[in-house]
Design a protein around this ligand. Structure first.
Ligand SMILES: Nc1ncnc2c1ncn2[C@@H]1O[C@H](COP(=O)(O)OP(=O)(O)OP(=O)(O)O)[C@@H](O)[C@H]1O
Length: 772
């Protein structure tokens, strides 16, 4: 590169106006010219080696000089290359700044009288600091992505002349043509260096902001792209590690399931997060199974799957009638319930609760409701449930944790609006592991169950479309908070006649079909059915009746396959033959009347039953002994009975002294079965009076009623069940509280006709009727 000091300027130099660039000293640059321009340029040079390149701020007006700047750069022409497509490339090298003193035109060429601008730089602390700062700043710009060729960077490192450094760096800072020209015109090198420094600082700031914006944009826009890339990379890593494709296939499958599950947004977010976690877990670790099972549950829950309801009430009525005999009141109430549900889209209505002894059709009514509505049916027993987690599930932090039974059943059934029958709400327990009843309340309460949160699932699931129905054998033990939310429908039990009809219309066809006898159905005679009912079953419902019919059918099937003659008719003798000796006897009819033994009527889980209250007396010290698994209430009613008899003993000719010298023992046999309730009061009074007065009690008179200390007889519950039990046991007369007279209408007419009913207000009336 020529040194500026060595240049001897000719008096006139060719001048070439530049429009698109500003030429700087030390700059090596090409100038591309078309054919005409090249011809002009060559004419201009006319064997000269130097040319002054000066910026023109616009086109020349005809006959005038172009508007030229005052400062330009004297350049050396290194090479002219003609290009094949026409025109050419002139390679130039900046030598020195020149001040243009005068311009002259000769034809199409310009010449100028110029003066070189010599720069003298004295090195100083300021110039050193500026050079260093500029160097450092350049490196920062470089780190922000400002492109700078390696050799230029090296060159910059070597230059310690501020004037040259300023000119060189100026070439690599983004500047407008005007800014470049200004720099060219700044003669003081330190001043120029400062300006370059300012421009570079501004550029670094721009780069920094641009970098931040870009990073933000990349973060947002590129997230999915990044995920894609990462996933691809992971796939490659897995392949290299030899992990087979089945895992990625499993993930794809799981993702597809999650996509198809129709989860609410919040749940979807959790599922996606869990899936990402799963992808990172080693499939051999137990954690993998835990996470996988959880995702299976999330994806498998019927978030949006529901069956279409059939709202045709007439059709529902037909289904209920098809499946069940009688039960008019209950069916009527069910239909009303369904009708209201149809009219009101989202009924926050009561939960139906079927109460009654086993085998009266509670479960099968639930099934029929599901069939009528076209919904799926789930049945779940709450009996003996003590742990809240059985309903609400365990948190996933527990090893082997699973959702509660409610969510499990919904998951299994695959729709979010099944008919869900919760059996035995009266048997639900409570202990240190929590209160399942309160968890159940959350499930059943229409106010809260649209966001039921199972501990395992840990996200809310809407149970408000589920139709819950509960069943219980007895209503009393049902927790009152639950009772409040339920509408109770009682199913009391059947008379023998009803049972016979149920057998003929429903149970026998069902069992015949079940046992493969549809082609050759045996004909059960009415007498045979009655025989099964009275000799082989003692129940309020028809469960055992169905079992015995099934047993008969199996035996017929066995004979048929053994090639024995086909039994076309099942007569009472056939029943004897197939089912063996009778299992139940008419205790009451068979027994003789005794002193101190009285027939009572009790209401138990299995319906009504007869009990015997026995009283006996020993010499002693006025002690009352009570045995037979009696509950507290029953014990109290025994004490009240004794007090009443003692207070009024003269009425029945009993010596008061007898109480002073006696211990009285009251026992209620079937001692293993717990008994409770106040309704045996009247029976206890009768047993004590019978014992102490020596008058035998009529065995075929059965009684029920609570007593007050004055002898008033108070109302009791479950009269229908008790009456049916009395009839089964062969009782002829039923003594009941006068206040229960209205319940008589629940009792079938044929039963009413068969039994004598005595409604009493005072226990004395009962004594008169029962004692001989
Ligand atoms: N009124 C009826 N008409 C026709 N079949 C009946 C009737 N009542 C009961 N059944 C039949 O008796 C059988 C037992 O009934 P189900 O299982 O519904 O009793 P449940 O009351 O639910 O007993 P549990 O309390 O033990 O669950 C079923 O096969 C049912 O179809």
């Amino acid at each position: 590169m020529p040194e500026t000091a060595s240049i001897v300027m000719p008096s006139l130099v060719p001048l070439y106006p530049l429009r698109e660039i500003v030429a700087f000293p030390f700059m090596i640059f090409p100038l591309f010219l078309n054919g005409d321009e090249l011809a002009d340029f060559e004419e201009l040079l006319d064997r000269e080696q130097y040319v002054a390149l000066v910026r023109a701020r616009g086109e020349a007006l005809p006959g005038q000089l172009p508007p030229l700047c005052q400062v330009g750069t004297l350049c050396k022409v290194d090479q002219i290359t003609r290009l094949p497509e026409g025109g050419g490339k002139v390679l130039l090298e900046g030598v020195v700044r020149v001040q243009v003193l005068e311009v002259s035109r000769a034809g199409r060429t310009l010449h100028a009288r110029c003066e070189p601008i010599h720069e003298f730089v004295e090195k100083s602390l300021v110039s050193d600091a500026l050079v260093q700062s500029l160097n450092a700043l350049l490196k920062i710009a470089l780190s922000y992505g400002r492109p700078l060729p390696d050799d230029v960077m090296k060159m910059i490192d070597l230059i310690d002349n501020p004037a040259r450094l300023a000119d060189l760096v100026a070439l690599y800072v983004s500047l407008s043509l005007d800014e470049q020209q200004q720099l060219l015109e700044t003669i003081d090198p330190l001043e120029r260096l400062k300006k370059v420094y300012m421009h570079l600082t501004a550029e670094v700031q721009r780069l920094q902001v641009k970098g931040e914006v870009q990073a933000e944009v990349t973060k947002r826009v590129g997230k999915s792209q990044k995920e894609f890339l990462l996933r691809e990379q992971m796939k490659q890593i897995q392949e290299e590690l030899g992990e087979d494709d089945s895992r990625s296939a499993e993930m794809i499958d799981l993702r597809r399931k999650i996509d198809a599950a129709g989860m609410p947004v919040e749940v979807r977010r959790i599922a996606d997060k869990e899936l990402k976690r799963l992808e990172r877990i080693n499939p051999a670790s137990p954690e993998y199974t835990v996470s996988r099972t959880y995702l299976d549950y999330l994806a498998g829950m019927p978030w949006r799957v529901a069956t279409q309801d059939n709202n045709d009430i007439n059709q529902a009525e037909t289904v209920l009638d098809e499946d069940h005999y009688d039960l008019q009141k209950v069916k009527e109430r069910i239909l009303e319930y369904l009708a209201v549900r149809t009219l009101r889209e989202r009924m926050k209505g009561p939960i139906l609760c079927f109460v009654g002894p086993p085998g009266v059709g509670k479960t099968s009514l639930g099934k029929s409701i599901a069939r009528a509505l076209g919904r799926k049916f789930i049945r779940m027993s709450l009996g003996g449930m003590r742990d809240e987690a059985e309903i609400r599930g365990h948190r996933r932090t527990y090893i082997g944790a699973l959702p509660g039974r409610i969510i499990q059943e919904i998951y299994r059934c695959g729709t979010n609006n099944p008919v869900f029958m919760l059996d035995e709400v009266d048997k639900i327990g409570l202990d240190f592991r929590g209160d399942p009843a309160s968890a159940l309340l959350e499930v059943l309460d229409p106010e809260q169950n649209n966001s039921f949160t199972d501990h395992y699932l840990d996200v809310p699931f809407d149970l408000s479309n589920v139709m819950f129905i509960t069943t219980a054998n007895l209503l009393d033990p049902v927790p009152s908070a639950l009772k409040d939310r339920m509408e109770v429908l009682s199913l009391a039990g059947y008379t023998d006649e009803e049972k016979e009809k149920i057998a003929v219309r429903y149970l026998i066809p069902k069992e015949v079909e079940e046992n493969g006898l549809a082609q050759t159905p045996p004909d059960f005679t009415a007498a045979a059915i009655y025989k099964i009912i009275s000799d082989h079953t003692r129940e309020a419902g028809v469960r055992n009746l169905q079992r015995n019919i099934a047993s008969v059918c199996r035996k017929v099937a066995k004979e048929l396959t053994q090639g024995k003659p086909h039994r076309e008719t099942i007569a009472p003798e056939t029943v004897d033959e197939f089912l063996g000796p009778r299992k139940f006897f008419n205790e009451v009819a068979a027994e003789r009347d005794r002193v101190g033994v009285v027939t009572g009527l009790a209401w138990t889980e299995t319906g009504g039953d007869i009990i015997f209250v026995e009283a006996t007396r020993m010499t002693g010290k006025r002690e009352l002994i009570l045995t037979g698994s009696l509950g507290e209430v029953m014990k109290e009613s025994a004490r009240a009975a004794l007090s009443f008899v003692r207070a009024n003993c003269a009425e029945w000719g009993i010596d008061e002294q007898l109480f002073e010298s006696s211990d009285i023992h009251i026992h209620v046999p079937a001692g293993a079965i717990p008994k409770d309730g106040p309704s045996a009061g009247i029976t206890m009074v009768t047993a004590i009076v019978s014992l102490l007065s020596g008058r035998a009690a009529r065995r075929d008179v059965a009684m029920t009623g609570e007593i007050s200390l004055t002898g008033r007889v108070l109302a009791i519950g479950g009269l229908k069940e008790k009456v049916l039990a009395a009839r089964r046991a062969g009782v002829r007369t039923v003594l009941a509280p006068a206040r229960n007279r209205e319940n008589l209408e629940d009792i079938p007419i044929d039963v009413q006709n068969e039994l004598e009913f005595i409604f009493v207000e005072d226990v004395r009336e009962a004594l008169a009727a029962a004692l001989q």
